[in-house]
Write a protein that binds this ligand. Structure first.
Ligand SMILES: *[C@@H]1O[C@H](CO)[C@@H](O)[C@H](O)[C@H]1NC(C)=O
Ligand SMILES: *[C@@H]1O[C@H](CO)[C@@H](O)[C@H](O)[C@H]1NC(C)=O
Ligand SMILES: *[C@@H]1O[C@H](CO)[C@@H](O)[C@H](O)[C@H]1NC(C)=O
Length: 412
């Protein structure tokens, strides 16, 4: 079970404005963390999410088929970065150079060099490997180094494998990625390909005894502006001030390709109507919306009466339809998590950021692009995770959720 905060070293990466100084309180180390919404055109949000879903599936399938993903294997629509991104400042080297890295639960390599160039110091050691990864939102390829990585205030990991990009695409405005997905996603990213995994930052914090549980917990809160203070990432433990009640866990699914990621079995009901019977899908901080299989999506659209909005690509409701909107119930690990009507709509303060009209009511549930039964039938993305505390537990092969003070909040 989970050690209490007193027994564990917690590293909290707080989502906050980038100018905020590093704050240390009790055993928590809090790092400035920035969030931004970047949607550049009509349908951009939906297209970016769908491209990511397609790329995650393709990536898992390539890996399962033993295909080496080359840096030319760019999958999906050539989109740029994700619509909602979280970046943490991470130090590499000694003295450390600070890089702004995207936090990603859907990939597991940590790399730098997309924006700011890698600065070698006495702790930098080049290996004989090349490394490459493709994402829904781009790709990178480069050289593997081991180096000292610093998270928060002086918490260092020595000998961490990092990629140093010589080529990257789709990461404008960022320096790289802090990959906190399952370690097996790193298999096949090195060439000449050894078929071994590259320990993630979390794995190394755990194996070196810096944290006592091999897990990461995420606290998001609903955004109210395009860049705001609203959450934190914790390595090695959970932060009880960020959730209410207890965390309930669901074993990682055995169904492929969801099993390559933070995959779980889950069913979804709209009110009392089942729209998706128990099936496998994933939990992903890099997806903005809640994406569900096409057949489930069409049941949801009929049940809500929503119509597709041609400006945003999202489903849109009238005020009368919104007043009748029922809750969605996501049941996993024997517990049901309620996404209220308010939680099913895109924050109105951000309507213009996605090309919508100021008072429009847009739904955050969208179509994953394929029918159910394909082993990755939903993605609980950011708009789900901002209502529930989530725990990605490597040691016990499970994902946990808990309610928070925002679960039932009326914020939109
Ligand atoms: C927003 O995305 C566009 C491409 O979609 C990119 O060119 C631009 O640099 C991004 N802006 C920020 C602030 O990330
Ligand atoms: C998930 O669903 C699959 C398919 O029904 C089943 O085989 C598996 O036992 C379920 N549970 C887990 C933890 O994978
Ligand atoms: C978008 O919808 C509006 C009204 O709903 C319609 O007038 C317009 O022609 C549509 N535009 C496109 C490109 O379909």
């Amino acid at each position: 079970m989970f050690p209490t905060a007193a027994l564990t070293t917690l590293l909290l990466l707080a989502l906050s404005v980038a100018s905020k100084p590093v704050v240390i309180r009790e055993s928590h180390v809090t790092l400035p963390f920035a969030k931004s919404v970047n949607v550049t055109g009509a349908h951009d949000l939906v297209n970016k999410d769908k491209a990511r879903a397609k790329a995650l599936r393709a990536r898992a399938e390539a890996k399962l088929n033993g295909a080496q993903l080359s840096d030319d294997a760019v999958i999906g629509i050539p989109v740029e970065n994700q619509a909602v991104v979280y970046t943490a400042n991470v130090g590499v080297g000694s003295p450390a150079t600070t890089y702004s890295l995207l936090i990603d639960t859907g990939s597991s390599n940590t790399w730098v060099g997309a924006g700011k160039s890698y600065v070698k110091t006495s702790t930098s050691t080049q290996t004989s490997n090349r490394v490459s990864v493709t994402y829904g939102s781009g790709s990178f390829s480069g050289t593997e180094f081991t180096d000292t990585v610093t998270l928060g205030s002086g918490l260092t990991i020595s000998g961490q494998s990092i990629g140093v990009a010589s080529r990257s695409q789709g990461f404008d405005g960022f320096d790289g990625i802090l990959g906190i997905g399952p370690v097996d996603l790193t298999v096949g990213t090195l060439s000449p390909g050894t078929n071994t995994a590259i320990p993630t930052v979390t794995d190394n914090l755990f194996s070196k005894g810096t944290i006592t549980s091999n897990l990461v917990a995420v606290s998001f809160e609903p955004p109210t502006s395009e860049a705001d203070t609203n959450g934190e990432l914790t390595f090695g433990g959970t932060d009880s001030s960020k959730f209410t009640g207890s965390i309930t866990f669901s074993s990682l699914t055995s169904t492929s390709p969801a099993s390559e990621f933070w995959g779980i079995n889950q069913s979804i009901k709209y009110g009392s109507t089942t729209i998706l019977s128990t099936t496998a899908g994933i939990v992903d901080t890099g997806t903005t919306l809640v994406l569900i299989a096409s057949d489930a999506f069409s049941r949801y659209r009929s049940a809500t009466g929503a119509t597709e909005d041609n400006q945003t690509g999202l489903l849109k409701l009238t005020t009368a339809q919104f007043n009748n909107l029922q809750s969605l119930f996501f049941t996993t690990g024997g517990t049901s998590f309620e996404l209220t009507a308010n939680a099913q709509i895109w924050p109105r303060a951000l309507n213009s950021a996605i090309g919508g009209t100021a008072n429009g009511i847009y739904l955050i549930v969208n179509d994953i692009g394929s029918d159910s039964g394909e082993g990755l039938d939903f993605i609980n993305g950011f708009t789900f995770l901002e209502r529930f505390y989530s725990v990605f537990d490597t040691a016990n092969k499970r994902v946990g959720f808990a309610t928070t003070s925002f679960t039932h909040a009326t914020t939109n």
